[in-house]
Ligand binder design. Structure first.
Ligand code: OSB
Ligand code: MG
Length: 384
């Protein structure tokens, strides 16, 4: 094993940033990007960064800006201070006294992955691959798509799709809800018969809507993401056999055990893995192995991360078991100016390149982090 680190300090920052384009989902819309960032420093002065991509409202996740700040300050950071760590996969057991709160746990685990990789002159992608069997080295790039929110009119959706296809995105994901589903799929398919198209319901339906959801089958969607309850696996297993469209689970999968259960019950054919939702890259590696063992398609989801969370997710998404385009778009899809440099730019094959430097491989501009922390102070609570 390589060099270990001793954690000297961890600072947390509650931040807000303006979005270039917001993302309206079936549970609402956030006017700003928000997150709690952590900056970890080792005894040797090495710095690692992490991001809890929490929102203001407990709509996607039970966690919020408030809970993440509280849980980090009171429980997670104190549990790590002064600890020597030789491998980032040791972090979950150091935090196991705290139940739940995966997004908050993910942030400190990411900071340890980053600091350890930097201490060993290794890229994060290399560090992830080192925890997998041979043959799972990073491909150096991640295949990506773009996620488009619910719009006031179908013409607006068609206009955004046209713009994103023009930018080179090879997969389009549309957010849906009751009243904004079958007719949207029909209109988009009429205009674009052959694009890779998928829908994400964010738990807006129940099993009683099965007949309605089956009307999506003729539109040969790549997948339908999380149609039913946000913790449900069983009812999805009742729905999947009724549909030809593959179901993908997002919200319901929190662990490798959940992934195994979902495949065993036939609740889904595909998994959206958000490293934050499953409490970090240690659990993400376990889910990755479950998907490889089941020969199941896997992709990396997004939470509109800043360049910090995005850099780590791009590194993970470059692993060869991640087989479908990911919800990790170019920086310009999200922010006019990110916290990190250089920006992620879409390549002509709809990929993002993995930074090659040590750790996250991007430079964090600490003055921008401070500006984003100031914006959060000014804007909270939001004027609705
Ligand atoms: O369901 O995948 C989701 C963003 C916030 C909350 C939930 C979801 C999303 C996205 C974002 O779809 C995709 C991205 O980061 O580009
Ligand atoms: Mg989703």
């Amino acid at each position: 094993m390589g060099r270990s680190i001793t954690i000297r300090s961890i600072q947390q920052y509650s931040i807000a940033m303006p979005f270039v384009e917001t993302l309206r989902t079936s549970f609402g819309e956030e006017p700003f990007k928000t997150a709690v960032l952590v900056r970890l420093e080792t005894d040797d002065g090495i710095v690692g960064w992490g991001e809890a991509p929490v929102e203001v409202h407990p709509g996607y996740s039970l966690e919020t800006m408030g809970t993440a700040a509280h849980i980090l300050r009171e429980f997670l950071i104190p549990a790590l201070l002064g600890k020597a760590v030789s491998d980032a996969t040791e972090v979950p057991s150091l935090l196991s006294h705290t139940r739940g709160h995966p997004l908050a746990k993910h942030s400190v685990e990411m900071a340890v992955w980053d600091a350890l990789a930097r201490a060993n002159g290794q890229s994060l992608a290399g560090a992830f691959a080192a925890h997998l069997p041979a043959g799972h080295a990073s491909r150096g790039r991640a295949k990506v798509g773009v996620s488009i929110g619910i719009k006031p009119a179908i013409e607006e959706t068609l206009a955004v799709i046209s713009k994103r296809l023009g930018e080179g995105y090879a997969r389009i994901k549309l957010k849906i809800e009751p009243g904004w589903d079958v007719q949207v799929a029909a209109a988009v398919r009429e205009r674009y018969p052959d694009i890779l198209l998928m829908l994400d319901a964010n738990s807006a339906y129940t099993l009683a809507d099965a007949e309605h959801l089956k009307q999506l089958d003729p539109y040969h969607l790549l997948m339908l993401e999380q149609p039913l309850g946000y913790t449900d696996i069983y009812q999805h297993s009742q729905l999947q056999p009724q549909m030809t469209t593959p179901i993908c689970l997002d919200e319901s999968i929190h662990s490798a055990d959940d992934a195994r259960l979902a495949f065993q019950l036939g609740a889904c054919k595909i998994i959206n893995l958000k490293p934050s939702r499953v409490s970090g890259y240690t659990e993400s590696l376990e889910i990755y192995k479950v998907c490889v063992a089941h020969d199941a398609p896997l992709w990396i989801g997004g939470m509109m991360e800043t360049g910090i969370g995005r850099a780590a997710n791009v590194a993970f998404a470059s692993l060869p078991g991640v087989t479908l385009p990911c919800d990790i778009s170019a920086t310009s899809r999200y922010y006019a100016r990110d916290l990190t440099e250089p920006p992620f730019e879409l390549q002509s094959d709809s990929t993002l390149l993995v930074p090659t430097g040590p750790g996250l491989g991007v430079e964090v501009h600490e003055s921008r982090v401070q500006e984003a922390a100031d914006l959060w102070e000014r804007e909270y609570p939001y004027k609705r």
